[in-house]
Ligand binder design. Structure first.
Ligand code: PMV
Length: 339
């Protein structure tokens, strides 16, 4: 096959990934756990051709010196390396990559996760690699760590591992959940997660404690999922998110991803709980807040939190599928729908 189109969705971590043990291979300092969403998809087509690698992002042809083009090119080099190991005659080919994000790019809605999961799936298919889920997850990880979890259906645990072989995500059973996304600002974030992680490792005095507590949170989260204990899942999620922002805030110079509006949402969620509605909040490396709830409470919570969203509406999300190849007609429809 010389062309393939794939679709993948962002994921939101309940136990967060923040910090690399190996920068080049993207091996994290601790494992993490997430839900793959059912909206804000990325659809990516990889077409092999003889020209140089090229990237079209959301309808704009990017220059080859653009950092996004270079990051995609470096990722394609890894794919070509795998093709070469297997003696495939595609190994020397360049690729035209066309990608459309249905969600906000680089604003804490995990567009890099859906982006590299879709790219890993489309590129591995176009180059003729027939990867199983574990190997696809390992490959996506090389593009952006959290992308390894977007390869997985519904709920994923990323095993930190200590090598390229042993660091991958896999599906785990968890009780049915809803997420309510409160997008308080859709602009790009000021400090990339890559730079923020580096600064945290280099300057935050709480970094060691963060690593230990993340391992403990993950073990507890896996138990709570197995017990289908929604309350415990929620409590771990919110405490863990605050700990991530605490270790980041403690950098020198300080880094702050949460905005005043983000804290308003955390307060509103605490108030919902005080009134008997179980909801728990989390936030990635940006100001947007994502709330988890039981599915039957989600619409009520979205109604209560819409006032904090930039566009006046909080969005209910549900567990979604892992990265998958789609046929060319479906992809054209998806791209057309957002054009
Ligand atoms: O994979 P990256 O480099 O986009 O880092 C993601 C980091 C967080 O979103 C803040 C946490 C996580 O586990 O998704």
């Amino acid at each position: 096959m010389t062309q393939a189109t794939a679709r993948a969705y962002p994921n939101i971590a309940l136990v967060k990934y923040w910090g690399k043990a190996d920068e080049a291979l993207i091996i994290p300092v601790a494992g993490s756990m997430s839900m793959t969403l059912d909206d804000y998809a990325t659809t990516t087509t990889v077409r092999l051709d003889d020209a140089a690698d090229a990237l079209n992002l959301n309808g704009t042809e990017l220059d080859h010196t653009d950092s996004a083009t270079q990051r995609v090119g470096a990722f394609l080099d890894i794919v070509r390396g795998l093709a070469q190991e297997r003696g495939l005659d595609t190994a020397a080919a360049h690729a035209q990559v066309t990608t459309v994000n249905e969600g906000p790019t680089a604003a804490g809605m995990a567009s890099s996760a859906s982006g590299f999961a879709a790219l890993a799936q489309a590129a591995s298919a176009a180059y003729g690699l027939d990867l199983d889920t574990r190997d696809l997850s390992r490959l996506a990880r090389r593009g952006s760590g959290s992308a390894c979890r977007s390869v997985i259906n519904r709920f994923a645990v990323w095993h930190a591992g200590d090598s390229d072989e042993t660091s991958y995500a896999e599906e785990i059973a968890a009780p049915d959940l809803a997420m309510i996304a409160v997008t308080v600002a859709s602009g790009a974030k000021k400090v990339s997660s890559r730079a923020g992680m580096r600064a945290t490792a280099a300057t935050s005095p709480f970094y060691r404690a963060w690593i230990t507590t993340t391992e403990e949170s993950l073990n507890e989260m896996v138990r709570a999922c197995a017990d289908a204990d929604f309350t415990r899942i929620g409590e771990i999620t919110e405490a863990h998110a605050m700990r991530m922002h605490a270790v980041i805030n403690a950098c020198e110079p300080p880094i702050r991803y949460l905005a005043p509006a983000s804290y308003q949402v955390f307060d509103a969620v605490a108030e919902l709980r005080a009134n008997g509605v179980e909801a728990y909040a989390t936030a990635d490396a940006g100001p947007n807040v994502v709330v988890i709830s039981r599915p039957e409470d989600a619409e009520q919570i979205a109604g209560a939190l819409g006032q904090y969203a930039e566009n006046g509406e909080a969005k209910v999300l549900r567990p979604g599928p892992g990265a998958h190849v789609v046929n060319a007609d479906d992809a054209a429809d998806a791209a057309g729908a957002t054009a």
